[in-house]
Design a protein around this ligand. Structure first.
Ligand code: NAD
Length: 434
């Protein structure tokens, strides 16, 4: 039977028109409820993530539950000021008048989430939609079914469906939801599916945020502190078995430091995971299809670390490949697994040019204290966001809007940017009738 979400969307639109979600206290209450649900279900969430991805508790506590709670707290603290209309100047030519910018919710929002951080990437956009005063339908990923079930149970039992509803399902469910005329669509996932979502949104001229992926480079310059660089690179790459949208996809290392960097990364892997990394402790690849895709890369270039895999456990060891070029299969698309290819450059502009010849990355990392190199990289390459002498952590700050550009996405969220993303800013000029 064809799925149909007309009734659900109609209910949400009608609830939105009742005006209840425009009340700031109503939104704060809803955010508090979401926060309480996250806290009271913390162990269930950790268990579901363990079943779906073998996600270690410490990683899940920090990157799924912890990040969501701090985002919600920050929203509750700031919501009153964010939602207050702002008075701005009026040009003299307009005579006696006042001017305001009024943030208002779009209406009924649709959030489509991926599987890699299946709680954080579903609940953070949902919190943004709620904070801005929208109703929301959330579609989690079918590839992490235990988490999807849990989110549906937690949310559907505690929010009325005309306000917030989790709809579970596969591609057909997304397709059916995308047929409805939502007032906002927030999609996180691959660039390919992002195009499908944008096409569906275009039919209804629905404003859309696309949080996509891509190949995020890490440039390691000749002056980099290799001990710290190796630690921060390995942490960013191998967390969640490389299945992080902002993981450093590959390394561009200056020729003079490349060999030493590889030695240091190998040391970090040994120190972090012990001599023998195993599928019982390391996070799993999400599916057999993803495992098979990744396994094809293991013979690219020269294997210098890891390389073992076990399909029955969907386990791939943290792996480092040297002597890689853009012609290798591993460099064609986003890797999204625990495999780190290393390429070499001599002149900074060689690396910059090559990165610019490829789609705009979601993230970029530069390891160097040389301000000239920092300027050259930041001023020339267009990318979503990133870090100097670090990986990943730019996405955990409320103060930094997070999003991609070009093939890595459009729009941004986190902190105030989430509120702004789910709000329309209505400009009003107010004159007297006299
Ligand atoms: P995906 O694009 O395959 O799926 C994402 C969501 O879209 C899922 O809910 C899925 O059910 C749905 N979907 C799949 N095919 C669809 C179709 N044809 N029509 C409509 N909906 C469809 O992505 P994924 O594999 O879940 O996630 C991995 C990708 O997401 C990577 O590329 C990664 O970089 C990217 N990602 C980006 C961010 C970010 O914040 N920018 C965060 C996490 C992941």
């Amino acid at each position: 039977m064809m799925e149909n979400y007309q009734e659900l969307t109609a209910k949400q639109k009608s609830f939105f028109r009742s005006g209840q979600t425009k009340d700031v206290q109503f939104r704060k209450d809803a955010l508090n409820k979401l926060k309480e649900l996250m806290m009271s279900h913390e162990q269930d969430i950790l268990d579901a993530l363990k079943k779906d991805l073998n996600k270690p508790e410490i990683e899940a506590k920090r990157a799924e539950v912890g990040l969501v709670l701090s985002e919600i707290n920050y929203m509750i603290e700031n919501l009153t000021s964010w939602s207050t209309p702002v008075e701005v100047k009026t040009p003299e030519t307009h005579g006696e008048a006042e001017s305001f910018i009024v943030p208002e919710p779009y209406g009924a929002a649709l959030v489509i989430a991926p599987w890699n951080y299946p709680v954080q990437l579903a609940v953070n956009p949902l919190a943004g939609a709620i904070a801005a005063g929208n109703t929301a339908v959330l579609k989690p990923s079918e590839l992490t079914p235990n988490t999807s079930n849990l989110l549906a149970e937690m949310i559907n039992e505690n929010f009325p469906e005309e306000y917030v509803r989790v709809v579970e399902g596969e591609v057909e469910t997304s397709t059916a939801l995308l047929k409805e005329k939502f007032d906002y669509i927030f999609f996180t996932g691959s660039t390919g599916v992002g195009r499908i979502v944008a096409e569906a949104a275009a039919k209804n001229l629905t404003p859309t945020t696309l949080e996509l992926g891509g190949k995020s480079p890490a440039i390691v310059h000749e002056d980099a502190d290799l001990d710290e660089t190796a630690k921060r690179l390995a942490r960013g790459k191998f967390a969640n078995a490389g299945q992080t949208c902002v993981a450093p996809d590959y390394v561009y290392a200056h020729r003079s430091v490349k060999d030493q960097l590889i030695t240091k990364i190998k040391e970090v892997i040994t120190n972090t995971y012990g001599g023998e990394v195993s599928g019982s402790t390391f996070p799993h690849v999400v599916s057999e299809r993803h495992f098979d895709r990744l396994q094809n890369f293991l013979d690219n270039g020269k294997l210098v670390a890891g390389g073992k895999s076990d399909r029955s456990q969907l386990f791939i060891e943290p792996t480092v490949l040297d002597e890689i070029s853009w012609d290798d299969a591993v460099m064609k698309d986003e890797i999204f697994g625990p495999i780190l290819p290393i390429m070499t450059y001599d002149e900074t502009f060689d690396a910059i040019e090559e990165i610019m010849n490829h789609p705009k990355p979601l993230a970029l990392y530069l390891f160097s204290d040389d301000e000239k190199v920092q300027d050259d990289v930041l001023n020339n390459i267009s990318f979503g966001g990133g870090a100097i002498n670090d990986t990943i952590n730019h996405m955990t700050s409320h103060y930094l809007p997070f999003g991609g550009v070009g093939d890595s996405g459009m729009g941004a969220y986190h902190g105030k940017a989430s509120f702004d993303t789910f709000s329309h800013f209505k400009s009003i000029l107010k004159r007297s009738n006299k």
